[in-house]
Design a binder for this molecule. Sequence first.
Ligand SMILES: Nc1ncnc2c1ncn2[C@@H]1O[C@H](COP(=O)(O)OP(=O)(O)OP(=O)(O)O)[C@@H](O)[C@H]1O
Ligand SMILES: Nc1ncnc2c1ncn2[C@@H]1O[C@H](COP(=O)(O)OP(=O)(O)OP(=O)(O)O)[C@@H](O)[C@H]1O
Length: 554
Amino acid sequence: MIRFENVSVTYDGAARPAVRDVDLEVPEGELVLVVGPSGVGKSTVLGAVGGLVPHFTGGTLRGRVTVAGRDTRTHKPRELADVVGTVGQDPLSHFVTDTVEDELAYGMESLGLAPDVMRRRVEETLDLLGLADLRDRHISTLSGGQQQRVAIGSVLTPHPKVLVLDEPTSALDPAAAEEVLAVLQRLVHDLGTTVLMAEHRLERVVQYADQVVLLPGPGERPWMGAPADVMAVSPVCPPVVELGRLAGWSPLPLTVRDARRRAAPLRERLEGGRPEPDTAAARTAAPARRLFGRAKKENAGVPEPVAQARSLAVRRDRVQALTRVDLTVSPGETVALMGRNGAGKSTLLGALVGLVAPSSGSVRTGGAVPHRTRPRDLVRKVGLVPQEPRDLLYADTVAAECAAADRDAEAEPGTCRALLGELLPSVADDMHPRDLSEGQRLTLALAVVLTARPPLLLLDEPTRGLDYAAKARLTAILRRLAAEGHAIVMATHDVELAAELAHRVVLLAEGEVIADGPSAEVVVASPAFAPQVAKILAPQPWLTVAQVKEALER
Ligand SMILES: Nc1ncnc2c1ncn2[C@@H]1O[C@H](COP(=O)(O)OP(=O)(O)OP(=O)(O)O)[C@@H](O)[C@H]1O
Ligand SMILES: Nc1ncnc2c1ncn2[C@@H]1O[C@H](COP(=O)(O)OP(=O)(O)OP(=O)(O)O)[C@@H](O)[C@H]1O
């Protein structure tokens, strides 16, 4: 259905091709997953299927790509739209209309489908993707995950033969990701739709793939094979595979279920052990103790919270985004805010940093009322790295961005650049922030925010679009900041990150806090939020492969 013959793509001005010698054949009715570290060219391969590369991106494509027999050199993306539906990494750039219903209908309208067919498919898709309550909403008022669902829905309605999805679950909560993948699998099985998909969070998707294409490194030849064979050698793999490799299981399990079946001997070896104190599960109580000691000297034994919300309610337009939220954050503490799409996580972060005002109740950050505090005073109390780090960056070189951050924070000139150099030694001063990889851009935004040394650091979905190596670097940086006494609150759908890093998990549902406690207890109590290792080794207390590895080496 999709065929790449000796394809290389070189972007304008690039010294080397972004992808080279790609020979692939994706059969009709298969779900094929494209994996590889950041920047190896996954999006380039996906974009070439619908002709967006090179027609929209610029650059030169050598070789031949055909979809359903149509050559993308001679067929413009518009002329492929009836066969290929593409969702890129950024849902916002995808939207052409203003409301959810219009967006779902738009693709069908351009293909001239009959009104009754359009109506039926819109209704079906609203139900299928849990969007019925949002049908009249303006897309710009939707949460990140709600927007991603609309973007996926809008390519499903025309029933294309081929679906190309670039990180389709990056903004979705774990349950929504499962629902979307179940929908895709049904299309593949029942309608024979062909799906080509790239995704960093392999723990969510690898078990659905019929075949996996591995791009091992920039410009290296891709390799396509059965999921278990590719995972055995892939530089990127989900925790279940990493655990399987550690335990020497062969063939490698790809699902929690398969791994549980083989885990008895490993459980026996680990029996009676507990995670080391420097890993998240066991660190839970540590910051409170340490701070208690420090605070005693300062004021009568109660550590001063860096942020506090009491009975906080926020209305956004017609939507009650938060109701009666109580939250206290202490210095040195890392808190993961989790919960379904639209639960109110970004709104809560927005309230802590003064972007949204409470409709009732109160919020204090560093003793100030955030939405009434001047930004230049607030930057020294709290900093937010937004879901899209680009929203924070506006200069056209890395150096100018750093200089502006120093000015905004009234910091010594060179402060931000020095921080960035520490976090990301390889980045050049004259690079445009737009040309940085996702992980590099996130780190730059983090350095900009840290320039003012805020005691409270807020991160919205910090691992979106990051590969496992970039995620490990971010984890190390955040651990160090927490150890230095920064409080960190991160909204995340990444259960593996929460298990790795958070002392505490706060679970939101429909604007209310429904659980608030040590990570190990909160995540393990819910199948949706438990990391893979916890599910495989339950009832033992392990959450991450690192903890298991450490215990086996003890
Ligand atoms: N429109 C463009 N113009 C110039 N260079 C580009 C363009 N798009 C991508 N590149 C470069 O091509 C290379 C491959 O990028 P691509 O986005 O395909 O990688 P990827 O594997 O999808 O990465 P990620 O996992 O971070 O999304 C990178 O070095 C990137 O900087
Ligand atoms: N500007 C706005 N106008 C109206 N409603 C809004 C606006 N912004 C957000 N909402 C609604 O408020 C609710 C909470 O949104 P919020 O972005 O806080 O959710 P979230 O938990 O961060 O979701 P996600 O996991 O998808 O990022 C959602 O129902 C959303 O649609």
